[in-house]
Design a protein around this ligand. Structure first.
Ligand code: AGP
Length: 345
């Protein structure tokens, strides 16, 4: 047993806690967003936390109708730029709450009187203290260098903010189903050893997805890079057609994150293209149509929406990376060259 597996398995409990205990803070923040007539959400984050921001962009723009922009912190920290954020909600996301460049974005926003929020796993972290609102990941200490439970907690907090701003209870109702869906995946589906062993010697791969699951393509690739030292590269399917398609080679496997939902048509089209070029493809899906077009399937439970499926596909990719790392004889909890907290300025 590895710490990473324990932390993957703890996600349903962490998310139940986040769902139960973040409501008041989310309500207060959403009230202030409405009162201030906020017109832009500006997010700063690094690594895995940045991928939670990608999920947040989709869910906030679709449900709250507010455009979401990503900060390039060096604009402020290196170039001394002063982007005007007076009418923005500025959110910093960081597991540790110590990301210095993200903190600097929050400080810059604070100096302009912008509304600020931080999502971190530590109440006493510099970012938690800096922002007007703090949301805790409530994940307990995350010991594995590869972030898992803090990632889905960050996504859940952002999704709750989207639900709060949308004013409707429907999205919140969907989010409530997430802990049980992850539990169902972990208990009844999982990642078959046979698939893991097949990719034991993999050196390179592509991870593709469309829409809300693009965040999980990015995060799945990062998990595979850091725990398995495999050159995994993520693309939004739509971008993949615009050049990277030329990289397709029968020696490079593709992972297609394609749970059922509104992206089905695009997913099927990509599965067809990959199959046409003879590419070894593994789909993370609950769609029997996709299964017929790919070499391997990591099944996820049915009944997921475009907004809930990323939580389950995240667990699937975390588990795949962890098991692949072990199959390669590596220690997923302690990847070479990196520490749990990485400070960039
Ligand atoms: C996560 O698996 C990585 N080890 C890494 O990208 C991490 O997410 C990154 O260092 C960000 O840290 P933070 O969330 O504490 O700011």
């Amino acid at each position: 047993m590895t710490i990473m597996i324990d932390e993957i398995n703890s996600q349903p409990k962490v998310l139940e806690k986040v769902l139960a205990k973040s409501r008041k803070g989310v309500r207060d923040l959403c009230r202030e967003v409405r009162e201030r007539k906020i017109e832009l959400i500006y997010i700063a984050a690094r690594g895995t936390s940045d991928h939670a921001a990608v999920y947040a962009k989709y869910i906030l723009e679709i449900h709250a109708g507010i455009p979401v922009a990503f900060a390039a912190p060096s604009v402020i920290t290196v170039y001394g730029g002063k982007p005007g954020l007076q009418n923005a909600l500025v959110i910093g996301i960081s597991q540790s709450g110590k990301a210095e460049d993200v903190l600097e974005v929050l400080r810059h926003a604070g100096r302009q009187g912008s509304l600020t929020a931080a999502i971190t796993n530590y109440e006493d972290s510099p970012m938690a203290k800096e922002a007007a609102y703090h949301f805790s990941c409530m994940a307990g200490e995350e010991k594995s260098v590869a972030a898992t439970k803090t990632f889905t907690a960050q996504m859940m907090i952002m999704a709750m903010i989207a639900a709060g701003l949308s004013g409707g209870g429907e999205l919140m109702g969907e989010l409530e189903t997430v802990p049980a869906k992850i539990s169902e995946f972990l208990a009844d589906f999982g990642v078959p050893d046979r698939i893991v062993n097949k990719y034991k010697d993999m050196q390179e791969c592509f991870v593709l997805a469309r829409g809300t699951n693009y965040s999980i393509a990015l995060e799945g690739a990062l998990k595979i890079q850091e725990t398995c030292y495999v050159r995994a590269k993520a693309y939004a399917m739509s971008d993949f057609y615009h050049g990277p398609l030329a990289l397709l080679d029968t020696s490079i496997p593709v992972f297609l994150i394609a749970p059922g939902g509104l992206t089905d048509e695009g997913n099927m089209e990509m599965a067809g293209v990959l199959s046409g070029y003879g590419i070894e493809t593994t789909a993370v899906t609950n769609d029997a149509g996709i299964k017929g077009m790919v070499s391997e399937t990591i099944w996820v439970p049915p009944g997921l929406s475009d907004f809930t499926s990323p939580f389950v596909t995240a667990a699937a990719m975390q588990l795949f990376a962890c098991k692949l790392s072990l199959a390669k004889g590596l220690n997923p909890d302690n990847p070479r060259n990196i520490k749990k907290v990485t400070i960039t300025r």
